[in-house]
Design a protein around this ligand. Structure first.
Ligand code: DGJ
Length: 349
């Protein structure tokens, strides 16, 4: 059948419109598609389509919203001479990110809530320093959001815990300062708030050899003066703590820089101990290397008693911004708990 010039022109225009529509809807889809599953180890985009940048992080649940705080890993990965012996690559400090979510799959970027200080080389938040493993608590009495964070010099010799506060979960956080809690060295850390509102700092101390558990003051801003030394000489890093049916559980890694190692776990009837080691909780491929990851937080899922998510970082030590997240379900056993590898999974409804 023959077509007229007009018909050809119309068909051409229709094809162009359809192509433009397809391109537009595809890019809109890429930017806003809802995640409906966890995909451990894959690039996880936020609601604007950018990879989530919140490493060594922790989660606060407040007024029905989850807030994820983490290290922003951005820019060139390089090796300071002082860290060469233990393979301690770094990126310069950018700050601490915050993301919000109501379903745990889809996260909205809320901004850099504790930005690095660029113009003062001596400032503890200067780009040349170390700022790791932020964790945020909400203090019901002071109504402040309190961030605890590992603050260090580039060679990790300072070994301080830092504190910053905000009136809003999405910041900005005001940096208060840093110190050695209870006079002791402090590197990898987490905070844990018990059901009675008391909060504790768990931190790798004594040059990473021994973990300290330190009660915080009622305002969560300082150590209250009571602490215990646990897992003496066991060199645990990356502590994460949770409570289930009255028992306290801990996951941690060994001490091998960014390289993965076998996770450890422990249980206690009292936060002060005694803590009993339970061994590696990971099950599945590469379980002996924590699935090539390192613990950072154990998240109790709101309104689902007994449901916890193990959160870990799969560091890429030669390209730290390309480090990934491993979120995996926790299951309880007679002896303790396990973390089972899944390629994709979702929470039970
Ligand atoms: C292991 C720690 O767990 C990380 O937070 C980080 O400090 C790296 N070491 C640096 O190599």
């Amino acid at each position: 059948m023959k077509t007229t010039k007009n018909q050809q022109c119309y068909a051409g225009r229709t094809i162009l419109v359809l192509m433009a529509w397809y391109a537009m809807s595809f890019s809109a889809y890429a930017a806003t598609a809802d995640h409906t599953q966890f995909k451990p180890g894959e690039i996880w985009t936020d609601t604007s389509g950018e990879p989530i940048n919140a490493h060594g992080g922790g989660i606060l649940y407040h007024d029905k919203v989850y807030y994820w705080y983490g290290e922003i890993k951005k820019g060139k990965t390089w090796m300071p001479e002082a860290n060469r012996s233990w393979n301690g690559t770094r990126v310069d400090v950018t700050g601490i990110s915050c993301y919000s979510s109501q379903d745990l799959y889809n996260w909205k970027y809320e901004g850099n809530v504790l930005p690095a200080v660029k113009d003062d080389p001596n400032h503890e938040l200067n780009t040349s320093k170390v700022l790791e493993r932020p964790k945020v608590l909400y203090n019901r009495t002071t109504k402040q959001f309190v961030m605890w964070i590992h603050v260090d010099s580039q060679d990790y010799a300072l070994s301080h815990a830092g504190v910053a506060t905000s009136n809003s979960p999405t910041g900005p956080f005001q940096y208060i300062g840093s110190f050695r809690p209870d006079g002791s060295m402090s590197r990898d850390m987490t905070v844990f708030m018990d059901e009675d509102g008391k909060a504790y700092l768990f931190h790798a101390s004594e040059n990473n050899a021994t973990l300290h558990i330190s009660l915080l003051t009622a305002d969560y801003l300082k150590p209250a003066g009571r602490f215990v030394r646990v897992f003496e000489g066991r060199s645990m890093e990356a502590p994460a703590v949770f409570k289930h049916q009255g028992r306290y559980y801990l996951v941690a890694s060994g001490c091998t820089g960014w390289a993965p190692n076998e996770a450890r776990s422990a249980v206690a009837e009292s936060i002060w101990g005694p803590w009993k080691e339970l061994g590696n909780p990971c099950r599945g491929p590469e379980a002996d290397l924590t699935f090539r990851g390192q613990s950072t937080y154990i998240l109790p899922v709101a309104d689902k008693p007994g449901t916890f998510i193990f959160m870990a970082d799969r560091w890429n030590q030669n390209n730290l911004p390309d480090s990934r997240y491993l979120w995996l379900p926790v299951t309880f056993t007679d002896k303790g708990f396990e973390v089972l590898w899944q390629t994709t999974w979702r929470l039970n409804k």
